[in-house]
Unconditional design. Structure first.
Length: 401
């Protein structure tokens, strides 16, 4: 069975590792020029849903490398007003996962880019960079011709769309899936956690994730990443780029506001990082001085504007040998921090079904049907919960029906 994965993000590479580890033929086609083509990436939250999937996919040394490069913060997830007065706590049950594979905390924080580098190790022959998938053709014998942007083609028995919210494969396979603008605008940046920077940041924000927001749903977040074991020999044996990235502590900070209070979209998404940082700094004038300092500490080179979008759930579709996973089918509001975990769960769930197919326990379409039914159940539930919480704490629009 020739398996092609469109997209080399976290979900696609986790699935590729899982399948490769069990001897299946898998190839990943990724638009980026190489593993380091993008800016080093932001911090994400991984709960036990995500760690269960990663533990199943990664060889023991790579699992240990993952643990050395992640952060294990205080598990508090606190809400504040703009003067740093503590707001009532939120129910954290929705942020928790489905199981812990080892004696590790429920909530970890990881650098998306570092995790992607770890997932690439051992897949060097399977991952093809500079190869954007633009669509596919189905053949009379039920095989698939995968179309690449440069005009090349690849033959496959199974095509898996893991190419994100703008997935070309999903647009062709499931054109009924809509992408909704939830009406919240974000400006995100990194803060390098030097001793000087940490001295200026409020100690109460050094936990899994904190959000301060005012009555108009203008907010500022801080999510630190302090590496668990930067002196690990497993890090030391990696290439220089990996070592530099995996030993650097930083925090993710996001300024969010509603469109009528933010720069107009035509300015927001064309403005340079200096302009974006200046706008956020102006907007938090009058907030607690430590929150103002938080924006001042942003690394200007990492500042970018983001739009809050979500897929809209659709009714069940007939399974085929073209399936979807991750943000390609269930991109969601970031309010609960469970989008990456849900995508990793896809990799674990689909991987298990494909192993059953490969061993002859079930036909391919039965395996895909089993995966897609399970995925719709848990992913759409997560998507709807995230949208609901986002309305309450970010103030974005409700999910369209």
């Amino acid at each position: 069975m020739r398996i092609v994965i469109a997209g080399g993000g976290l979900a696609g590479l986790t699935l590729a590792h899982y399948l490769n580890r069990h001897g299946l033929d898998v190839a990943v086609y990724e638009r980026d020029a190489d593993i380091a083509a993008r800016e080093a990436g932001y911090r994400i939250h991984i709960n036990s849903t995500g760690t269960s999937a990663l533990h199943a996919a990664l060889e023991p040394r790579l699992w240990e490398l993952f643990l050395a490069t992640c952060g294990m913060p205080s598990e508090d997830m606190l809400l504040f007003d703009e003067r740093l007065n503590l707001r009532p706590g939120r129910d954290r049950s929705a942020t928790e996962g489905t199981g812990v594979p080892a004696d590790i905390p429920e909530h970890l924080v990881v650098c998306r880019s570092t995790l992607r580098r770890i997932l690439y190790l051992g897949l060097e022959e399977a991952v093809h960079f500079g190869a954007k998938v633009t669509g596919y053709r189905t053949r009379p014998d039920s095989t698939i011709t995968v179309l690449l942007e440069d005009g090349a083609t690849v033959e496959a028995d199974l095509l898996i769309a893991a190419d994100g919210i703008n997935s070309a494969v999903r647009a062709q396979r499931l054109p009924q899936v809509r992408i909704a603008d939830l009406g919240s605008r974000h400006i995100a940046a990194k803060i390098h956690l030097t001793d000087e920077a940490k001295a200026k940041l409020p100690a109460e924000l050094f936990n899994a994730f904190s959000l301060a927001y005012d009555a108009d749903f203008t907010g500022l977040t801080l999510g630190p990443l302090e590496r668990t074991d930067p002196t690990s020999p497993l890090i030391a044996e990696q290439d220089p780029g990996f070592r530099r990235e995996a030993t650097a502590d930083y925090a993710l900070s996001i300024f969010n506001s509603l469109p009528d209070r933010m720069l107009p979209d035509e300015e927001l998404f064309t403005a340079g990082p200096d302009t974006l940082k200046a706008h956020a700094l102006e907007r938090v004038t009058g907030w607690h001085p430590a929150l103002v300092d938080t924006v001042r500490l942003w690394d200007t080179a990492t500042v970018q504007a983001l739009k809050c979008r979500s897929c809209v759930p659709v009714d069940a579709w007939e399974p085929s040998n073209i399936t979807v996973m991750g943000d390609a089918v269930h991109a969601m509001s970031p309010a609960l921090g469970i989008g990456a975990n849900t995508a990793l769960r896809d990799a674990h769930t689909l991987g298990g079904q494909l192993l059953a197919v490969a061993s002859g326990d079930k036909p391919l379409l039965a395996g895909i049907a089993g995966y897609e039914q399970a995925m719709r159940d848990y992913a759409y539930h997560a998507l709807r919960m995230s949208a609901f919480v986002g309305q309450k704490v970010i103030g974005h629009l409700p999910l369209p029906e």
